[in-house]
Design a protein around this ligand. Structure first.
Ligand code: F6R
Length: 240
């Protein structure tokens, strides 16, 4: 696991965008893995700028998102499909038919999840995946637990995640209690992973990533088993 410590959120976002740009330039038909949340928004803005300046094209790129709230439809303003349209897809030349976000209304979410993973593998696998970090160490919605799932699956959100995500909703009661999420296996199959983290709230998790321990009580620590992970964080997340 490699660490890049930045002065600012903007610098972190630019370095993340540089890594995506390199992969897209090397293979214009690449598969990218995307996350929602506050952290990658700056990187997405940077990618939008580069696309609009003609520096990179998403015309032949396919994307897969990590997760979606259970039973929120794509036109719900807090759904992750809506977020992705607003923060990236509506502003770049990607073909929306080639953008995939797990279906929060899948009838049999676990069977659906296995198909989602199979579809990614059949497409050649994710070339570059961006991840944010939950303050409790979750990645995607793989929450701290005694056991974790390998495949894309339906999961309960923890109190801590519901609280953290309530900032996007009118009240905590409105935050869905379940989500479909890629599993640890799905994430670990990505060829390259970048983890973005900014702000002091992420320091405890960054500290665990800097140490040697791997534990399902901090799912992000499992990333230490992957051979190509770059953590790009700001000083506040790194130093506390
Ligand atoms: C989002 C996701 C989550 C977030 C994490 C950090 O698709 O999978 O794991 O990356 O909760 O969220 P922010 O960036 O809002 O701090």
């Amino acid at each position: 696991m490699k660490f890049i410590v930045c002065e600012t959120y903007e610098e972190m976002s630019k370095i993340g965008a540089d890594m995506f740009t390199e992969v897209i330039k090397n293979d214009p038909k690449c598969i990218i893995g995307l996350a929602t949340g506050s952290t990658p928004v700056g990187m997405y803005s940077e990618l939008i700028k580069r696309n609009q300046a003609g520096e990179i094209s998403f015309k032949d790129v396919t994307s897969y998102n990590l997760d979606e709230y259970y039973h929120l439809s794509g036109d719900h303003p807090q759904s992750y499909r809506y977020f992705m349209n607003q923060n990236l897809f509506d502003h770049i030349d990607i073909d929306k038919a080639h953008t995939f976000v797990p279906d929060g209304f899948a009838e049999d979410p676990n069977a659906y999840g296995k198909e989602y993973d199979a579809q990614i593998q059949a497409a050649g696998g994710i070339d570059i995946q961006v991840l944010g970090l939950g303050v409790n160490g979750h990645i995607a919605f793989n929450e701290p637990a005694e056991e974790l799932c390998a495949s894309t699956h339906l999961t309960d959100l923890t109190e801590s995640t519901i609280k953290a995500n309530s900032r996007f909703f009118e009240s905590e009661d409105e935050v869905p209690k379940k989500a479909l999420t890629m599993g640890l296996g799905s994430i670990m199959h990505s060829k390259k992973i970048i983890v973005l983290a900014n702000g002091v709230a992420k320091h405890e998790v960054i500290k665990k990533l800097l140490g040697d321990e791997i534990t399902t009580s901090c799912p992000a620590t499992l990333l230490k088993c992957h051979r190509d992970v770059t953590v790009i964080c700001d000083k506040a997340a790194y130093n506390g």
